[in-house]
Design a protein around this ligand. Structure first.
Ligand code: PEP
Length: 248
């Protein structure tokens, strides 16, 4: 089943207010590509202003807390993101799983908090290079899905991103065949976990998506869009990814 594609940019810890100038050409490209959704996830400091300047593109956070409020210095609740105009939030990015020791259970709780606040969580999964070399990539990803996908997630309230850790920021990508194999596994697992709703949950591929490989990666079966890091920081690189995806 062909799903409406989502092209999402994760700015990570990059960008001051000047970076918001990138949004105008990205919004123009999104307007010219009405068959897909475009999302930018800037740092927390820019979410509110980005939402004002979004001009048709969606804005999201890069993380949220599991709770709704309280004594959690430095944390941001999903409802706070929603309040300033966000509609998505990334949870369980491998950099947070690694840097902040986030567990599957915590990621599921964050995803549930996001849904409760009216945000769509993008739940990230992906194996390390060692896990792939050991032939365990499928088992690892299936386990992450079991642990971190909210059981009440639906096609309308949940997105999953497959991001092999070894492909993030390295310029290396899996072959189209390997991506197809993993996305088919993820689709089967989502149906297993969510029933028919799992058919409609969008599965993004992330990891060194660039203008020159976007067509090949986005054309793979069950790839319903991209989660883009480095190449989302400038419209010069992100717009061609939007255009390539829209042309499929
Ligand atoms: C990411 O970190 O989500 C990512 C996909 O990064 P990059 O595109 O830079 O590999």
């Amino acid at each position: 089943m062909a799903l409406r594609k989502l092209v999402a940019g994760n700015w990570k810890m990059n960008g001051t207010r000047a970076a918001l100038a990138e949004l105008a050409p990205i919004a123009s490209a999104a307007a010219a590509a009405p068959s897909l959704d475009v999302l930018i996830c800037p740092p927390f400091t820019l979410v509110a202003e980005a939402a004002i300047k979004a001009n048709g593109i969606a804005i999201g956070g890069q993380d949220c807390h599991t709770g709704i409020k309280g004594a959690h210095t430095g944390c941001v609740a999903a409802a706070m993101l929603k309040d300033v105009g966000a509609s998505y939030v990334i949870v369980g990015h491998s950099e947070r799983r690694c840097d902040n020791n986030e567990t599957d259970a915590e990621i599921r709780a964050k995803a549930e908090a996001a849904i409760a606040a009216g945000l769509t969580p993008i739940v990230c999964v992906g194996e390390t290079e060692a896990e792939r070399d050991e032939g365990r990539a499928g088992i690892v990803v299936a386990g992450q899905l079991e642990g971190s996908v909210p059981p009440a997630g639906t096609a309308a309230t949940l997105v999953v991103a497959y991001e092999p850790v070894w492909a993030i920021g390295t310029g290396r990508t899996p072959s189209a065949g390997d991506v197809a194999e993993m996305h088919a596994l993820i689709r089967a697992k989502l149906i297993d976990l969510l029933g028919e709703e799992g058919q409609g949950v969008r599965i993004l591929y992330g990891g060194s998506v660039k203008p020159d490989n976007a067509v090949e990666l986005m054309a793979v079966a069950d790839v319903d869009g991209a989660l883009v890091g480095g190449a989302s920081l400038t419209a010069a690189l992100f717009v061609p990814i939007i255009e390539a995806t829209a042309a499929l």
